[in-house]
Write a protein that binds this ligand. Structure first.
Ligand code: PLP
Length: 303
């Protein structure tokens, strides 16, 4: 089954999809995006992703010309043609085709370009992570705020490459104040003296949707949780660490800077609390889909 793309309403195979070379997303990373996963045709946390897309657009002064219903219909139509079952859906909006390869937004006179990519879902739930603290800093909030999910991911591309060069599978980046931020495409949780800590939004991170679901779930699962600034030393002394994202849910960190965090556990297994949380989060998501996301999506599509 082919991966499908929907470019401004036209569905084609991913291989045949085309955008003009003057597209500002291509030229400058002048774009925003979301990655959504679906279960039985229902996108998980659709409204949170839609709201974050709006917030990203607002932070770049990009005016979106499609409504939530328009986009939901395009997503549903593309998924129906792809017929993949559970899907990965990437929603990209660029500032459209410019009049010239000039960064000035005065040259952005066409409507935004909407690209959907629909692929079979490949989840990495519970996949072990080897984390490396890299020298590269996370973008400063005053320069390009990591809270904006823009298509300009070079900071993350280079952070990840640095981690991989050291034999790790993902990076953790500090901000200019030496505070822990996030991994290349995931947020971070560290258990310190029995409390699950995650950097606050003002550390300069993406407001991960998985992160906020975990902030809701953890106390219900009998865990203490708090948003707290963390240093590299805090991480080094953490009892357990995991990453969170839409495509991995919870990814247990088994190694930090090459050191095994749980040397007495069988290979690939995180700490005890993390191991308990992985299935608990799976159940949390199933309930959410059944009780909130399913009815919301069907209502949006008028079904
Ligand atoms: C930089 C960054 N941080 C965190 C996340 C996790 O966000 P979410 O849980 O909404 O997928 C992502 C996801 O792509 C990301 O790119």
């Amino acid at each position: 089954m082919a991966n499908l793309c929907n470019v401004d309403g036209q569905i084609s195979s991913e291989a045949d999809a085309r955008i003009p070379v003057l597209d500002r997303g291509f030229l400058f990373g002048d774009s925003i995006y979301e990655v959504v996963r679906t279960h039985d045709g229902v996108p998980l946390t659709w409204s949170e992703h839609w709201n974050r897309l709006q917030a990203s657009a607002a932070s770049l002064a990009m005016e979106l010309d499609l409504s939530e219903i328009d986009v939901a219909r395009r997503v549903a139509e593309t998924m129906a043609q792809a017929d993949h079952g559970d899907s990965y859906v990437r929603i990209i909006v660029t500032r459209g085709t410019g009049d010239a390869p000039n960064i000035d937004v005065a040259y952005a006179n066409s409507p935004p370009r909407w690209v959907l990519m629909v692929r079979p879902l490949q989840l990495a739930v519970g996949k072990p992570v080897h984390l490396a603290m890299v020298d590269r800093l996370r973008n400063d909030r005053r320069a390009l705020d990591p809270a904006t999910k823009s298509g300009n991911y070079l900071n993350n591309v280079l952070g990840l490459a640095e981690a991989k060069a050291s034999g790790a599978t993902d990076c953790i980046m500090l901000n200019h104040d030496g505070s822990v931020t996030e991994a290349s495409t995931s947020n971070l949780f560290a258990r310190i003296d029995g409390v699950w800590c995650t950097p606050p939004l003002n550390a300069g991170i993406l407001a991960g949707i998985t992160r906020s679901m975990l902030l809701e779930l953890l106390p219900k699962a009998g865990e203490r949780v708090e948003e707290r600034h963390l240093t590299g030393n805090d991480l080094a002394s953490a009892e357990e660490i995991f990453l969170s994202s839409t495509l991995r849910d919870i990814g247990p960190v088994t190694h930090l800077n090459g050191r095994a965090l749980h040397p007495n556990q069988p290979n690939g297994v995180g700490g005890e609390s993390t191991t308990r949380l992985i299935p608990a989060f799976g159940e949390f998501i199933e309930r959410r889909l059944a009780e909130r996301d399913g009815p919301y999506w069907r209502n949006l599509l008028g079904q």
